[in-house]
Design a protein around this ligand. Structure first.
Ligand SMILES: Cc1cc2nc3c(=O)[nH]c(=O)nc-3n(C[C@H](O)[C@H](O)[C@H](O)COP(=O)(O)OP(=O)(O)OC[C@H]3O[C@@H](n4cnc5c(N)ncnc54)[C@H](O)[C@@H]3O)c2cc1C
Length: 448
């Protein structure tokens, strides 16, 4: 903590403060000139797990990989474990995260009991529903523009050693959405309580729900960290397919191939995969490859050399109300040449205030939304960000929201309306009066 405060004080008052952190899952390019980094090297561990109270005290920059390694021996896990191993607890709370428990557990910030935050003013305050509640409520989706969380106390939930999976195949999006709705409304499938739920759309007539059940029953388990690939394993012609994973492998099932994005690097080609070291089959390694590509424009150079236009990056997660999801998917499949698409339903946890609970990312209480994730590129259009702008407009038309970890193009007025502009300004003034940190629009849209 002292190192952090010393590094804050060493930053000249006219310089903007930012994190100096070895990993990131932020996808927008950033201008890093004139920005000084905070030393967060002492804030990467799990401080304590209280198995009886089912809580953990965790440093702000602790990765979920390290956090889960500390909780699983107690047969406990965070209520939502984002899929990529190097996402940190602080990053998921300030930048939002989601996973297959979100239909019953909401989003990661909803299981935070309290957190210590180094504010823009250079003070450490403890924020909770009772203390500095304005900061606590505005922190999710603020992307480090109000302060940095240095310690978080979170709730944990019991897990079992295995997850039994039923992959359900659908030939129409209408049937897919109806089945998802039914599972969420009843909390079960064929009378059995469902613990985990997400899905994948390959095309309008090939989509799946991946329905998971906690179990202690021993038996053979699959391994998708070797030659087999998880997202391919769920595909089948009709009806349903069964599978089983250890809880550890289930939580990280998407990390090995960064969902399906590893195919861009050849890692799914059996010949290459055989020689690809197992320890480098993980999202953080592919991230490094993307970093090189962005630095040296490798993909664009290849396209140009092959006589094709450069490409526009379309790496996004959006949320629409469940009743509008089929419409969004149909529009997307017709207009954006990207597949597969990831689906993950979510509902705010019970008792939250309608719309006002988390002002920077307002969602209706007691309402099901579906997160739709797509991570690839398309040929460039007539203007910069053409396809991303079409997606932003469609999402707003369908009463949805877009996560801000990647490129955004909203005009400032629209942005303020969508992301709690007025509340944000008030909280920003209180906790970062001298604007030592960028503001949210600068970070999310202007790529500062
Ligand atoms: C391809 C892709 C797929 C994704 N898929 C998912 C997904 O399926 N599920 C999911 O949950 N999320 C997903 N994400 C989003 C990811 O959860 C967010 O980008 C998250 O903010 C990343 O956290 P990080 O710890 O890597 O933070 P970083 O990338 O390092 O930082 C993200 C932002 O948070 C700020 N920040 C970081 N730590 C703190 C802190 N302690 N306090 C305050 N601010 C902080 C940083 O300043 C920065 O603005 C995806 C991202 C990508 C690129």
């Amino acid at each position: 903590m002292q190192r952090l405060l010393d590094s804050y004080r060493a930053i000249p008052p006219n310089s903007t403060v930012r994190l100096a952190k070895p990993t990131s899952n932020l996808f927008r390019a950033r201008d890093r000139s004139d920005v000084k980094g905070l030393d967060v090297s002492g804030l990467t561990g799990v401080i304590a797990v209280d198995a009886e109270a089912r809580t953990a005290d965790v440093a702000g920059m602790c990765t979920y990989e390290d956090l889960v390694a500390a909780t699983l021996p107690h047969a406990l896990a965070p209520l939502v474990v984002p899929q990529l191993k190097t996402i940190t607890l602080g990053g998921a709370v300030t930048g939002l995260g989601i996973e297959s428990t979100s239909f019953r557990n909401g989003l990661p910030h909803e299981s935070v009991l309290e957190m210590d935050i180094l504010t823009g003013a250079g003070e450490i305050v403890t924020a909770s529903p009772e203390q500095h509640a304005d900061l606590f409520r505005a922190f999710p989706n603020s992307y480090g523009t109000l302060g940095y969380s240095t310690r978080l106390r979170i709730e944990l939930e019991p897990v079992m050693p295995f997850v039994a999976l039923r992959h359900l195949r659908f030939h129409s999006l209408t049937e897919l959405m109806a089945a998802m709705d039914r599972i969420i409304e009843t909390g079960g499938l064929d009378g059995e309580p469902v613990d985990y739920l997400d899905g994948v759309v390959f095309s309008a007539d090939e989509s799946y729900l991946c329905v998971g059940f906690k179990t202690t029953t021993p038996g053979p388990v699959s391994d998708y960290t070797g030659q087999q690939i998880y997202y391919r394993s769920i595909q089948h012609a009709e009806g349903e397919k069964h599978d089983r994973l250890t809880i550890y492998d289930y939580l990280w099932r998407w990390d090995t191939d960064w969902f399906w994005c590893s195919r861009a690097f050849g890692a799914q080609n059996p010949m290459i995969r055989r020689f690809w070291p197992r320890r480098l089959r993980r999202s953080s390694f592919y991230w490094k490859l993307v970093g090189y590509d962005q630095r040296f424009n490798i993909a664009d150079r290849i396209e140009i050399r092959n006589g094709r236009p450069p490409r526009e990056r379309v790496v996004q997660d959006i949320e629409v109300p469940l009743e509008n999801c089929e419409q969004f998917l149909s529009w997307f499949l017709e207009n954006v040449p990207i597949e597969p698409i990831w689906l993950c339903p979510l509902r705010l946890r019970e008792g939250d205030r309608d719309g006002t609970g988390w002002p920077l990312y307002p969602l209706r209480a007691n309402h099901t939304y579906v997160n739709v994730g797509f991570w690839s590129s398309v040929p460039v259009g007539p203007v910069e960000g053409h396809t991303n702008k079409l997606i932003e407009a469609k999402v707003s038309e369908l009463d949805g929201h877009k996560s801000l970890y990647s490129d955004s193009y909203y005009p400032r007025e629209d942005f303020d309306e969508l992301y709690g502009g007025e509340t944000y300004k008030t909280v920003k003034k209180s906790y970062d009066p001298d604007s030592r940190l960028f503001d949210l629009y600068s970070k999310a849209v202007l790529r500062r």
